[in-house]
Design a protein around this ligand. Sequence first.
Ligand code: OOG
Ligand code: NI
Length: 268
Amino acid sequence: MHSDPDTLFARLWDSYRQVTPSAERIHKILGAEEGQAIINDHIALRTFNLDPVRLEALAEHFLSLGYQQGGEYHFEAKKLYARHYEHPSGNLPKVFISELLVEQCSPSLQATVSKLIAQVSPDAVTADDFLYSGSHWAIDYATYRELLEESEYAAWMAAWGYRANHFTVSINHLEHFRTVPDINQLLKDHGYTVNASGGEVKGSPEELLEQSSTMADRVPVVFTDKTVTIPSCFYEFALRYAKPDGVLYTGFVAASADKIFESTNAGS
Ligand code: OOG
Ligand code: NI
């Protein structure tokens, strides 16, 4: 595990931008307009609730850096469970980690996913590079399609493995863009598609968090039998509001998160 958070986040960004060209371009556009560094509100990671790759195993990489567990979130229809982690300094990105509840899925999905995860060595999971190590298995395109029919999340994991699913720009730290609609307009002006599931602005000031995201980029993936262009990762934007005590809310909003997961859906 990394002992330096800056190195961990730099490596995560590196592996993410390699499959998310839009994030790198939007990051540059925002940086140029803001004339300063872009601060990340959070990153998100995905996994399966199977040993040795369960949510807790991913979380270890952050707990060892001094992160603490925050809220937990349930997504019944998508069969997902998630937690967020935050650093007491308040100076590091929050981390949202979800896992697919594999035992709730069909026997055939369970069999496929178990075969993939059996190829991950426990040592690999504690290695420095695990969170950006990609997939530890090879699958054919038909298997990917079969997973996709039942769980878009499972298919995404099977294709992409371990990497940041998204980075999230903190709108609170921007000077020239103050609202989520401002950002959405910038994205559209540059030809990007904003995730419209549940509305282009997710959340509200009352919920203390407003968010939006791009639809994932589409990039070629080499399956065992062919190369196919499928959704990779997306970029997110978050604006936080102060709680009654004046401190910014640091949690997530399950109803909004439910729609943000859909940023890796195909077909838009
Ligand atoms: C996570 C979706 C939820 C948020 O900010 O609520 C999320 C994912 O797509 O893996 O990132
Ligand atoms: Ni997010």
